[in-house]
Design a protein around this ligand. Structure first.
Ligand code: IPE
Ligand code: IPE
Ligand code: MG
Length: 240
């Protein structure tokens, strides 16, 4: 399937359906989360091969903190383990790893592991083959709010200058500053909603909802999403 004509620069995935996948097998929800790591591996490989430059994954939302404590704890442990297990391979593949979100809510030990992994995969020179972004403790409204607070602080003494600002004043203060907006946002598991994900950044993203549950999502699903994207006609409000 190397014939895809329009490859999206940034693909973002709302990885959903882990709990249902486990329940279908008569197992605890966390069993699904641990199987989701295999899907991440497959998508990283597929994205790099296809020439995608940014792959971002919604791993844990601000609202997910409200899940039962044992599920949250297991998810954080899993995040820790996945980073430890995968980072050498990512480095070897030339993938830069980044984590974005409200990291103040994350335990200091996980934050340290994240910092170390980001540092280790930072390219010494030039562009990475692929940037892999994990959105952790993230929500779109939180992101817009923290950007607005930054703006308010910066302009507290010169509010008259606010009038001249455009949308870039927000974009450049979001945690995604410098990262191109997603061209394609995929959500797995059949749910058709954004669930407070990249609200600002997905203003003109193509959306794709697929029924596959995240732990079943593999290279062929990723490639067929790219294929679907290549057929879309992006108009940005204009006439084409
Ligand atoms: C997605 O799977 C993973 C996270 C939100 C952390 P879910 O855990 O939401 O699985 P379902 O949607 O309940 O099946
Ligand atoms: C969205 O999934 C968050 C992530 C995939 C990390 P949820 O399962 O939390 O979303 P809702 O509750 O179904 O909207
Ligand atoms: Mg869900």
């Amino acid at each position: 399937m190397d014939e895809i004509s329009k490859v999206p620069r940034h693909v973002s995935i709302i990885m959903d359906g882990n709990g249902r996948w486990a329940q279908q097998r008569g197992r605890e929800r966390v069993y699904g989360h641990s199987h989701g790591v295999e899907s991440v591996r497959a998508c990283v490989k597929a994205a790099a091969e296809a020439g995608v430059k940014y792959l971002s994954l919604f791993a844990f939302s601000e609202e997910n903190w409200g899940r039962p404590a044992d599920e949250v704890e297991t998810l954080m442990k899993l995040m820790f383990k996945a980073i430890a297990d995968e980072i050498d391979e990512l480095k070897k593949q030339g993938v830069q790893f980044r984590v974005l979100g409200n990291l103040e809510r994350i335990s200091p030990s996980l934050r340290e592991a994240i910092d170390a992994a980001e540092e280790r995969t930072r390219p010494e020179s030039g562009e990475p083959l692929l940037t892999l972004i994990l959105f952790l403790s993230y929500s779109g409204q939180w992101d817009i709010l923290q950007a607005a607070k930054k703006l308010a602080r910066e302009y507290a003494h010169s509010p008259e200058s606010l009038e001249a600002l455009g949308a870039d004043a927000i974009s450049s203060r979001l945690v995604t500053a410098g990262i191109p907006d997603p061209d394609l946002v995929i959500r797995t598991s059949g749910e058709q909603r954004i669930s407070n994900y990249l609200l600002w950044q997905s203003a003109y993203s193509e959306l794709l909802f697929v029924d596959t549950l995240w732990p079943d999502f593999r290279k062929e699903h990723f490639m067929s999403a790219l294929e679907e994207y290549s057929k879309r006609n992006r108009r940005y409000g204009k006439v084409k």
